[in-house]
Design a binder for this molecule. Structure first.
Ligand code: PLP
Length: 422
């Protein structure tokens, strides 16, 4: 299929949009309206992902490789686990870096590997507030022809996130920037805007606006909703912990494609731009606040432009609520006391919103997207539950490796020099 930018550029083939990341007019490439799928959808995550994504890739040069791309990317499952009769966690953290971003990052990498021009080195340049960088690094680790440069704000990611980012080595270089995430993002943007630098290093973007990350995230909503229906539970309602709105948008796209999905509610942390926008209709981006759910510390959600482009009245298709740090702590404690489940601070935002729905008289069952494994945020979670969190094997393997990150000043010149030295 051909895709068009939210600001009008295009149409371009989907594979080109995936290779480019951002549209040339500064907008975001929109996924086309997918034809509603006929049955059968298959049974497994991979089969269902293939059924869901095939219409988007129809006629594309990646079409024939799609089943293989999915098989190479989704080497782990996304189970739905009911922790109460009417509340489930959709566990999205069984990938190599223990957060949902593994789904999108691996799919994108497997597309870019197949799209790469032979004999041309490419550098994947990415700014991260914690989880994106590790997922992208893991996805491109030891891939011939690619190197990865990850920028993260020094001291503002969790200790395990920091260790993870520096633990890859080989073709991955981690930089700890003396600044904020916004500084990191500004440096990356400036690098991409510099044509000479871009050309010199074959810069490739892997940030969350890439369609190569957005589309595959539909897969686990497809899988979870069909699994809920097969279990006789009816259409699935989702609460999605939200920052840049990529994960939740994928859920809305799955519903649009005809999947049995009912209500969708966004849960943000104290960065309440989205709930405020949906209740007032006014969009007021700000600089982000630091919270316990650091991967959702976003003051200007990048995918909002897509939401507004697709749905003329966003408040009619999605609701949102926000959760402060005190409520995150209380929810982690309460969830552990009531269900024995240890959840990460992002998932706790989702569970807090789910609880408020119940308090407001809602009697539906809800599936909360569990976006990261709690072991990634042990320093927050363990004191609250008073017990150590079990570390999933993939994360344990990374944490057992030595870790190194280069210090970097928050300037584009510093980045330019660093890229030449790496
Ligand atoms: C990135 C991230 C989020 C936010 O996802 P968006 O797609 O940016 O809305 C939530 N939780 C975790 C653990 C994340 O890493």
């Amino acid at each position: 299929m051909q895709v068009v930018s939210t600001r009008g550029a295009g149409p371009v083939p989907l594979a080109d949009a995936i290779a480019k990341g951002q549209a040339p007019d500064g907008g975001l490439f929109m996924p086309p309206l997918a034809a509603r799928q006929a049955e059968p959808w298959g049974e497994t995550l991979r089969a269902r992902a293939t059924s869901a994504l095939e219409p988007f890739f129809a006629g594309d040069k990646l079409y024939d490789a799609l089943p293989e791309i999915i098989a190479d990317s989704f080497t782990f499952d996304a189970p739905t686990r009911w922790i109460e009769p009417d509340t489930a966690l959709l566990e999205l953290f069984w990938g190599p870096t223990a957060a949902f971003k593994d789904f999108g990052a691996r799919f994108l990498a497997n597309c870019l590997v197949r799209l790469r021009e032979p004999n041309r080195e490419q550098t994947v340049l990415v700014a991260t507030s914690g989880d994106t960088g590790a997922a992208v690094a893991a996805a491109f680790h030891r891939r011939p022809g690619f190197r990865v440069a990850v920028l993260y704000p020094d001291g503002r990611v969790s200790p395990r996130q920091a260790h993870q980012l520096g633990a890859f080595g080989d073709n991955v270089t981690a930089y700890r920037v003396a600044g904020s995430f916004d500084d990191c993002q500004a440096m990356v943007k400036a690098a991409f805007a510099d044509d000479a630098l871009s050309e010199e290093h074959g810069l490739v973007s892997a940030n969350s606006i890439s369609l190569g990350r957005l589309l595959p995230q539909m897969s686990y909503y497809v899988h979870a909703s069909l699994t809920a229906v097969a279990a006789g539970r009816g259409a699935a309602n989702f609460v999605v912990p939200t920052g840049n709105l990529g994960n939740a948008l994928a859920c809305l796209l799955a519903r649009e494609a005809g999947l049995p999905i009912g209500d969708v509610v966004l849960a943000t942390n104290s960065n309440r731009v989205l709930p405020d926008f949906l209740s007032t209709g006014r969009y007021e981006p700000t600089t982000s606040l630091a919270t316990l759910a650091n991967a959702m510390d976003v003051g200007a959600p990048s995918n909002l432009e897509r939401l507004r482009d697709r749905f003329s009245t966003p408040a009619e298709v999605v609701r949102a609520d926000w959760v402060d740090d005190d409520d995150i702590r209380a929810t982690i404690r309460r969830t552990y006391a009531q269900t024995d489940e240890v959840v990460c601070p992002h998932t706790a935002c989702g569970l807090a919103v789910r609880e408020r729905l119940r308090d407001a008289g809602d009697e539906q069952a809800w599936i909360v997207a569990a976006t990261a494994h709690p072991a990634k945020f042990a320093e927050v979670v363990e004191p609250l539950v008073g017990a150590p969190t079990a570390i999933p094997p993939a994360l344990a393997a990374l944490l057992a490796r030595p870790s190194h990150a280069w210090p970097l000043a928050p300037s584009t010149d510093a980045l330019r020099i660093a890229l030449r030295q790496a």
